[in-house]
Design a protein around this ligand. Structure first.
Ligand code: NAD
Length: 422
């Protein structure tokens, strides 16, 4: 069924999916009348047209978005994505997931997300810098440490964050590091931020294994997407003696049922910009989500496990490194098969948790050693995982519904205390 105003199939529309996940959890909570609409809808959505001088002398106009889903629990928080397929609906969905994610790990942020329709693979560094600066300048009224704090997402990185700091600071006439997170260490970044999402995935998987009485040592891991989240998850899990048996990215996939050499693979990807052709494994013939493994980590994009392929997922645990990789219809199938899904709003929340630590450090002007960052992250993630698991057991629901219930309750509690301004 097509969604109004969109040609995307309903099950593959991230906004429809985010709303369906929300509705399922909200229906189990006794919410005050009217409040459901208040917390479901985005607070503000902004569209900007961004003229950028290109290297060949032409002028190209890009479309950018920033959605603030909620600022009830604190400043809007969420990454900026550069991708040719970015849509306002996708950004809205990602912004809503950020609200629930920050609430699940109980950090004092609301939810936001940004995106620009562009193909960074086909742009020079200079073009990307000019595009980023124009976007940051146009949205500088929204952005700010107390109001809206972006971070990296797909195809944006520390360098992009440094350009935003600089642009925002030029407008403010003073250096303001706390306006974005995920910055380079030299520009107010936090130790441990780059690895934080993958490390959080590791902590969640450890907890899930403990719950399922399944040893992590020797477990076979398949990872889709070998960027920040996928590669760090794989590297850290292999340190816990898990075996990376298959990996894929935009260039292709490789596998070895006996285990791939993660260090050699990382080096190959650094040299060749993708996993394809890695000589330490064989080319992957099956789609990675159907690969025979114990733990599957989708760490690329949305809608990778759908009603079409969920029945062929062979993993015992699906740990969602990406946002929205599993559609609600696929969720029903996985649940029937007894697959334990660690939902995105819990599983990949390590990144925003350390972003919060980075923001705190910027505001204190005092920086913590990596050990302290990692310890605080572990404490936060383990507490969040156990809170969600307790809710799941108590209400006999899966981990996704439980995570949404925890998050919605926290947001509603704050609204009830603050009241609705009229
Ligand atoms: P990234 O750009 O560093 O990496 C993305 C990876 O996905 C790349 O290896 C790319 O080749 C691969 N990919 C893209 N399309 C693919 C496809 N069709 N099949 C297989 N692989 C494909 O991005 P990232 O920061 O690692 O983000 C990945 C996911 O994790 C996104 O959903 C993002 O929203 C989510 N996430 C990221 C963070 C973070 O801190 N970076 C935090 C929370 C969630």
């Amino acid at each position: 069924m097509a969604v109004e105003g969109s040609n995307i199939q309903k099950d593959l529309n991230p906004l429809a999916n985010a709303e369906r996940q929300f509705e399922e959890a909200a229906a189990r909570l006794n919410l005050p009348p009217g409040l459901k609409e208040v917390i479901k809808r985005p607070r503000r959505a902004t569209i900007v047209s961004l003229p950028v001088p290109m290297d060949d002398g032409t002028l190209k106009v890009f479309t950018g978005y920033r959605v603030q889903h909620s600022i009830v629990r604190g400043p809007a928080k969420g990454g900026i994505r550069y991708h040719p397929d970015v849509t306002l609906e996708e950004v809205q969905a990602l912004a809503a997931w950020m609200t629930w994610k920050c609430a699940v790990v109980n950090i004092p942020f609301g939810g936001g997300k940004g995106g620009i329709i562009c193909d960074p693979q086909k742009m020079s560094k200079g073009e990307l810098e000019r595009l980023t600066r124009r976007y940051a300048a146009d949205l500088s009224d929204l952005f700010g440490p107390e109001s809206d704090v972006p971070a990296p997402d797909v195809n944006t990185n520390e360098q992009v964050m440094a350009w935003i700091v600089d642009t925002y600071s030029m407008h403010e006439r003073r250096t303001e590091y706390a306006v974005v997170t995920g910055k380079p260490l030299e520009v107010g970044g936090s130790a441990g931020r780059r690895e934080a999402t993958g490390r959080g995935v590791l902590f969640c998987i450890r907890e899930a294994c403990q719950h399922l009485k399944m040893p992590l040592a020797g477990a076979r891991i398949a990872v889709q997407g070998f960027g920040n989240v996928g590669s760090v998850s794989a590297a850290l899990l292999s340190r816990d003696a898990a075996r990376l048996v298959a990996v894929s990215d935009v260039t292709g996939g490789v596998h070895d049922p006996n285990g791939l050499d993660v260090a050699a693979l990382l080096q190959w990807v650094a040299d060749h910009r993708g996993v394809a052709g890695f000589p330490g494994g064989k080319p992957l013939a099956t789609p990675i989500v159907e690969y025979d493994c114990d733990i599957l980590i989708p760490a690329a994009l949305e809608n990778q496990i759908t009603a079409d392929n969920a029945g062929r997922v062979r993993a015992r645990i699906v740990a969602e490194g990406a946002n929205g990789p599993t559609t609600p219809d696929a969720d029903l199938i996985l649940e029937k098969q007894g697959v334990f899904v660690i939902p995105d709003i819990l599983c990949n929340s390590g990144g925003v948790t350390v972003s919060y630590f980075e923001w705190v450090q910027n505001r204190m002007g005092f920086y913590w050693p990596e050990r302290e960052v990692n310890e605080r992250l572990e404490h936060t993630m383990v507490e969040a995982f156990r809170g969600v698991l307790t809710k799941a057991v108590e209400h006999k629901v899966n981990m996704r519904v439980a995570a949404f219930m925890v998050a919605i309750e926290r947001v509603v509690k704050v609204i009830m205390l603050r009241g609705v301004y009229a």
